[in-house]
Design a protein around this ligand. Structure first.
Ligand code: GDP
Ligand code: IMO
Ligand code: MG
Length: 421
């Protein structure tokens, strides 16, 4: 019997999940998103062209793949519609390839406004949300007020939409937040109408039946472990469980039907938005990582904060996700660095710790281990043996510290720039 294999981010998002899912899709028939929504921006590069996906799983460009948006996902119909049009413009016939869970929640135009109002009210303490309405939509889900994809087909859809909208108007007036949803609401209803051409499914039955029939499934995470609502750097997190546990609740599969867990990390670290980032660099090295790595948000275009690899955070993420193998991304960005640093512990006051703490104070001081840079262009490498020895030493150290093999190494943005061991 097949199990659901999982690809997920181990840092603060943007590890390269889109690329890896696109690369792995030929080994799977079904690709499924289980949480998050259009806050995600997953980049794919192939045939000399780039593409960013927000809601649609990253298997969509591969022939014969089935792509499921699971119940744990939140959907903005307008963003989904734009994405669908862009995919179709590439000549892909998406209608039969995309299945949407009836239980996925809808992001209303007013959810976006509430997100913006909440962030404005927080002032300096803002989360740095992508402003896609993610937090307010998950709040309505757990508050048992939400609208789901399956509700689109109900005769009462408009009434329920209006009721929730007016509830939101009340909240927005408390925030004294000026807003106008007129244009967006028109687009929203037109996009909702368009969604009806797709099959709405009970994804829990679909996924389990695929497994019963030995069809391999890959679950695609969004965001990363350090943005998890429970275990991330709260409150500077997203509003869903970004971890392996989220696969069970976000698709309807039991824990004993989860197979391999592939954890993705960058050879350094980035974060976009506010919140703790112990190894963040404010110097020329940080700027070099941002420029060479093109570290600007795929969803918002914001510059990403950059820093050294953080093994305290990575080991925490490996532990909680039950990672069985690691995938290392973007090492090529550090090709010309003389020295590469890795944090192995944090110093907080007179204490040195290796367990990721409840709170990261501003004065947390990473304890670094230094490695000599490999100073060679590794972009063209396709076999592990061909990597420079200094690079292999860096990989071996990460494997030793995390207790996990690094199975795949990505050496450039393109689909073909990959080394599988
Ligand atoms: P995701 O959200 O995890 O899918 O990651 P993003 O797409 O937001 O960000 C990853 C960025 O790095 C994208 O611009 C990718 O095209 C790019 N990328 C992915 N893998 C590599 C790699 O190995 N090397 C380089 N230089 N860029 C990469
Ligand atoms: P992918 O899937 C990086 C961050 C935001 C903000 C916080 C909360 O591309 O890796 P939200 O809009 O969810 O309320 O924002 O989480 N964030 C991401 N950072 N990659 C993402 O997705 C992110 N999705 C949300 O910047 O700090
Ligand atoms: Mg991204």
């Amino acid at each position: 019997m097949k199990k659901v294999d999982v690809v997920l981010g181990l840092q603060w998002g943007d590890e390269g999940k889109g690329k890896v899912v696109d690369v792995l899709t030929p080994d799977y028939k079904v690709i499924a998103r289980f949480q998050g929504g259009p806050n995600a921006g997953h980049s794919l590069v192939f045939d000399g062209d780039g593409f960013v996906l927000h809601t649609v799983p990253s298997g969509i460009f591969r022939k014969d793949s089935v792509n499921i948006i699971g119940n744990g996902v939140v959907i903005d119909p307008v963003i989904l519609q734009d994405e669908i049009e862009a995919i179709e413009a590439k000549g892909v016939d998406i209608t039969g390839k995309l299945l949407i869970s009836k239980k996925a929640h809808l992001i209303l135009p007013t959810h976006r406004m509430l997100d913006a109002a909440s962030e404005t009210a927080k002032g300096k303490g803002k989360i740095g949300s992508t402003l896609k309405g993610i937090g307010p939509t998950y709040m309505d889900k757990t508050g048992r007020n939400g609208l789901r994809v399956g509700d689109i087909l109900s005769d009462e859809f408009i009434q329920r939409y209006e009721a929730l909208k007016y509830k939101h108007f009340g909240l927005l007036s408390q925030y004294k937040f000026p807003f106008d949803i007129t244009d967006y609401e028109v687009k929203w209803f037109s996009a909702v109408e368009n969604m009806k051409r797709f099959t709405f499914i009970d994804s829990e039955f679909a996924v389990n039946r695929y497994l019963d029939n030995d069809v391999p499934i890959l679950a695609e995470g969004a965001q990363g472990a350090m943005l998890d609502i429970d275990f991330g750097t709260y409150p500077f997190v997203t509003s869903s469980n970004t971890m392996t546990a989220g696969v069970c609740t976000g698709l309807g599969v039991a824990p004993n039907r989860v197979g391999k867990v592939m954890g993705i990390f960058k050879a350094y670290c980035t974060r976009v938005g506010s919140g703790p980032f112990p190894t963040e660099l404010f110097d020329a090295d940080g700027e070099r990582l941002r420029q060479i790595g093109r570290e600007y948000g795929a969803t918002t275009g914001r510059p990403r904060r950059c820093g050294w690899l953080d093994l305290v955070a990575l080991k925490y993420a490996v532990m909680m996700n039950g990672v069985s193998e690691l995938i290392m991304m973007k090492a090529d960005v550090m090709n010309n660095f003389d020295t590469i640093k890795v944090a192995t512990a944090y110093k907080i006051g007179d204490k040195t710790i290796t367990d990721f703490p409840f709170e990261c104070p501003n004065d947390v001081e990473p304890v670094y281990r230094e490695f000599p840079g490999w100073k060679e262009d590794i972009t063209g490498v396709r076999k592990y043996e061909d990597f420079p020895d200094r690079f292999k030493q860096y990989v071996a150290f990460i494997e030793q510290e995390t207790g996990c093999p690094v199975r795949i190494i990505s050496v450039g943005p393109d689909r073909n720039e990959i080394v599988v061991r």
